[in-house]
Design a protein. Structure first.
Length: 254
């Protein structure tokens, strides 16, 4: 993945990565290196999943082993850290960070298998000289290829909707922002100029649209008594890449 854009996946049948765009022969060595890393990661995950299943006395059945590894480029185009997370059966089992500035691995959590000094030296060497350089090289190449996609800025469409609740004679108002990119957004409902408490709000998850953009909806139930009090409800949306807020105002009551 490059941010939220899929670049490739590993096919365990053919033992090869499958790239979303057509492979380019001039990047053969780089893609070959990435394929070796992905293959090693696949077999390592299989071995660890088998070990943990036995160690934790899990019965036969479906068990999920998840791994997330990612590197970052800083705004100065300098290589950043490499993060590594592992989970088994929905539980975080291992987490560490390779710090390129300090040339060391910062361990936050390990499996029940501990690292001795030899293992630590080996892992540090592999991350500094193999995994991190390959990750950064791949990131830079695909950022250059996909920059028009991942660096685009799309302004959302914002609507404030209302629905009558027949059972309580109240109203539900919903603020919907859709079609925006990137996914970072702050959507707030106000009552008489004050933010509504989070425990009164439902929704708030960022969901994908079919065209690669995102949407978010937040809803608030207004009781019959509140409707008689004539409050003013506002929907305010903020995006980091927009210079101005999008606001919609709607007033309920007499």
């Amino acid at each position: 993945m490059l941010d939220d854009v899929q670049i490739a996946y590993y096919d365990s049948t053919t033992w090869k990565p499958v790239y979303r765009s057509h492979s380019d022969s001039k990047y053969y060595d780089e893609q070959s290196d990435a394929g070796v890393v992905l293959r090693d990661m696949y077999y390592d995950m299989k071995d660890r999943a088998f070990y943990l299943k036995e160690h934790q006395n899990h019965t036969d059945g479906v068990h999920v082993h998840q791994r997330l590894v990612g590197c970052e480029l800083l705004y100065s185009n300098k290589p950043g850290q490499l993060h590594y997370w592992d989970a088994f059966g929905g539980q975080n089992m291992e987490e560490f960070i390779f710090d390129i500035g300090k040339h060391t691995i910062q361990i936050k959590m390990l499996w029940v298998i501990t690292w001795n000094q030899l293992k630590r030296v080996h892992e540090n060497f592999m991350y500094e000289n193999v995994y991190h350089p390959i990750c950064i090289k791949t990131l830079r190449r695909y950022l250059n290829m996909e920059k028009n996609n991942v660096l685009r800025k799309v302004k959302p469409r914002v609507r404030l909707m209302k629905k009558t609740l027949s059972d309580s004679h109240g109203l539900q108002i919903s603020c919907l922002a859709t079609g925006f990119y990137p996914r970072h957004i702050n959507l707030t409902l106000f009552r008489d100029g004050q933010p509504v408490d989070d425990d009164q709000i439902t929704g708030g998850e960022i969901l994908p649209n079919g065209d690669g953009t995102y949407q978010m909806r937040k809803s608030l139930v207004i009781s019959e008594e509140e409707l008689r009090e004539e409050h003013k409800y506002n929907c305010s949306m903020k995006l980091k890449h927009l210079s101005q807020d999008n606001k919609l105002d709607i007033t309920f009551g007499k």
